[in-house]
Design a protein around this ligand. Sequence first.
Ligand code: MN
Length: 345
Amino acid sequence: MPALAPTAYYDPLTAEARQTLFSAASYLNDDEFMQLEKACAYAFHAHDGQTRKSGEPYITHPIAVATELALWHMDIQTLCAGLMHDVLEDTGISKIEMAAEFGEIIADMVDGLSKLERLEYNDYAEHQAESFRKLILAMTKDIRVIIVKLSDRLHNMRTLDSMRPEKRRRIAQETLEIHAQIANRIGLNNVYRELQDLSFRSIYPRRYATLQKAMSAFHRNRRDVIGKVLRAFSQRLVGLNIEAQIKGREKNLYSIYQKMQDKNLHFADVMDIYGFRVIVNNIPACYAALGALHGLYKPKPGKIKDYIAIPKSNGYQSLHTTLVGPYALPIEVQIRTREMDAVAE
Ligand code: MN
């Protein structure tokens, strides 16, 4: 390693990014923290003088990737792999040198990331997205490598603006078909939704803007529907001694867009923007919860589905109902046991 400090050390934005990483990683112990600082210095030297398309020092990218990983509370090896994920690919450093400094495991992770980087989705025809996803998962023995890859893609997608429109669209399409789906499969739901929305914005910027406007107008007059419904559900279930875990979320822009496309609907028609899930301990509690919620908000006729008594052909089980919630908004509810939830996910 050269003795001189890398030029990016003197860049105020980079210093700030570095500080943000160390704050986000405050859950590490002292030894781990020292290792993080070492990996950070190593990456600084390796990428010294390199810049991103936007003109920023290149090091800001791996720092952002590692910061995201820290926000997900990943372990020290994953954070180090995130900081050094482009080191083997873009600089003269070999895997053996990295292993000597950081151990085999981290060097293996970074090597795995470099191999993923070299895979070209372009070589695969559109309908082969599934086999490409399988290839990525099969190439990766360590699931943490996939998680670093997703953090890498997330940061690239958040900073896609400096790319040419054509390249931007290609990357977004790949992200939508490959990375978002992998995130969904391994249960990183927030990553899944953010990757979808960022891809959507790059592929159809005008549709995205229009839909976003419609969404914020829609929410302006219907503040905190989710909070209201969550409180009402939990009060009612607690009152009846039904132990339950309740989750509610707004659908992301892309899933609303997909629904409009698939069913040929206008925004105003895609009214089921609120979806809730109630997880209970056993099957009798599913039916008890259904009854309790029907007593709270009026159910819509024809919308009650019993996939517990009659599971879907893929084995999916749940009770579905749609309620007339606050502001007369339709509230879609799925009720199931923990085991059914694991199968569905
Ligand atoms: Mn990268």
